[in-house]
Write a protein that binds this ligand. Structure first.
Ligand SMILES: NC(=O)c1ccc[n+]([C@@H]2O[C@H](COP(=O)([O-])OP(=O)(O)OC[C@H]3O[C@@H](n4cnc5c(N)ncnc54)[C@H](OP(=O)(O)O)[C@@H]3O)[C@@H](O)[C@H]2O)c1
Length: 195
């Protein structure tokens, strides 16, 4: 798996996971300088090594962008607990792994921000809306659940940062890119470079 790290013209240091294609690649194209670093968000040691690299090269991290994600299309009743666990491993546990590894680097940032990438498919109101594309499409079954976990984790981290012991100035936000044409959705939606 690959990740791209970038040093923006403003001097902001960002780590974008899953930046070799799709939304992550388009995000990494924004900065002036981009450097690749290998990371597998399902692997503690890989994430630790990536954090070590950022610390060694830049001394701090301003913005980890938890973009890495996977979507397996399978009918709801065919999804086993093991299938579900695999998708959670990347989309939700992967995010936790990255956030867990970064506080020493974020503490050295004057304005640390954590970005998590969610999905409209995790919005209960949309899933429950009769006839909506999210109500009609059941095959991203595990995916939607993982992104719902991402939403709750994001809110819970935000509350935890406010209460300490981590610095209260760490801000965390979830974003959703909308419907973007990538490998994840067989290139349906808006072209990734145009958002
Ligand atoms: N496309 C959409 O319409 C849409 C909508 C809402 C949210 N999102 C979210 O946007 C994010 C990016 O998705 P995308 O649409 O750009 O999909 P994508 O083109 O398939 O990109 C997914 C990226 O995640 C990486 N990745 C997967 N497993 C990984 C792991 N264990 N460790 C590190 N990297 C890993 C992939 O790397 P490899 O290629 O090496 O596997 C790839 O770079 C995801 O979180 C997705 O849920 C997308």
């Amino acid at each position: 798996m690959s990740t791209k790290k970038r040093q923006m013209s403003t001097g902001t240091i960002a780590l974008v996971t899953g930046a070799n294609e799709g939304v992550g690649l388009a995000t990494a194209h924004r900065p002036v300088t981009v450097r690749p670093v290998s990371i597998d968000v399902t692997d503690d040691e890989s994430v630790r090594r990536a954090a070590e690299f950022v610390g060694r090269e830049y001394g701090r991290l301003d913005v980890p962008v938890n973009n890495a994600g996977t979507l397996v299309r399978r009918q709801a009743t065919e999804v086993s607990a093991a299938d579900m666990r695999l998708e959670f491993e990347t989309n939700a546990f992967g995010m936790v792994r990255v956030v867990h590894a970064m506080p020493p680097l974020l503490r050295r940032s004057p304005s640390p921000r954590i970005v998590t990438v969610s999905s409209d498919s995790a919005v209960f109101a949309k899933a429950a809306e009769k006839g909506s594309m999210f109500a009609r499409s059941h095959d991203p079954f595990a995916y939607s659940a993982t992104k719902t976990a991402v939403n709750m984790l994001t809110v819970t981290y935000a509350n935890a940062f406010l209460d300490g012991p981590e610095p209260a100035h760490v801000k965390i936000n979830a974003v959703t890119p909308g419907y973007v044409a990538t490998d994840l959705n067989d290139f349906a939606g808006t072209p990734a470079g145009s958002f």
